[in-house]
Ligand binder design. Structure first.
Ligand SMILES: [Cu+2]
Length: 218
């Protein structure tokens, strides 16, 4: 029986679907043992599902790294950058529409920022050339960083058509269209990692980073 579209539009809360299945990241050495830094975002194509405001997302600087390196939140939700090192950091983004600059900040400080619009924000540190992080701003309730998991497991997803976006720093974005029915819809996805682990970038002034005295400490 064909369901009238109106039923899908107005009754999604009554029907609980789901999307599950393994995700693999493969490179020239074969399948990677972990999905570290992979993220999955599920966006409805056939109905609206508004993203909720999220609690404070903390992206720590520790050991001259951002932790987590890949994260997500929603437009208007707060983000902070606690400095847990014993040195100064300076987080910035030059992503169009999401540019910001914390300036230098001390150990123990945690400057705050709020994302405006959906998209990928690339975060760097103006002091440390090799620090990078990726923050997805998503306008959907369904997003998940896949670290420590074998694959997707989205629950409480109303039936309908969705765009599934899978992303990893060394893969880029791969989009899939999926139809989710009542009950759990299964799938499996393979991502090819063939981009460099570290994308070269300029500092916040658009210049090359000066040679760092402590480059050997990474
Ligand atoms: Cu830094």
């Amino acid at each position: 029986m064909v369901k009238p579209l109106a039923a899908l539009l107005f009754a999604p809360a009554l029907l609980a679907g789901g999307l599950q299945g393994p995700v693999k990241v493969v490179d020239k050495h074969g399948e990677r043992p972990t999905l570290k830094d992979a993220i999955a975002i599920l966006e409805p194509l056939t109905h609206r599902a508004d993203a909720q405001k999220r609690p404070m997302l903390r992206i720590r600087t520790t050991g001259k790294r951002f932790v987590p390196r890949v994260a997500w939140t929603t437009p208007g939700s707060p983000v902070s950058f606690p400095n847990q090192d014993h040195i100064l950091h300076n987080v910035f983004s030059v992503t169009p529409g999401e540019a910001f600059d914390t300036g230098h900040y001390e150990p123990g400080d945690a400057p705050r920022w709020t994302a405006a619009k959906p998209g990928l924000v690339k975060l760097y540190c103006n002091v440390h050339r090799k620090m990078n992080a990726f923050l997805w701003i998503v306008d959907t309730p369904w997003a998940d960083v896949l670290d420590g998991q074998k694959g997707l497991d989205f629950k409480n997803v109303p039936p309908g058509r969705y765009k599934l976006r899978l992303w990893h720093p060394e893969v880029g974005e791969k989009d899939f269209e999926v139809s989710i029915g009542e009950g759990v819809t299964m799938g499996n996805w393979t991502l090819q990692a063939n981009l460099p682990d570290f994308e070269p970038h300029k500092n916040k002034f658009g210049k090359d980073y000066p040679p760092a005295k402590d480059e050997g400490n990474y």
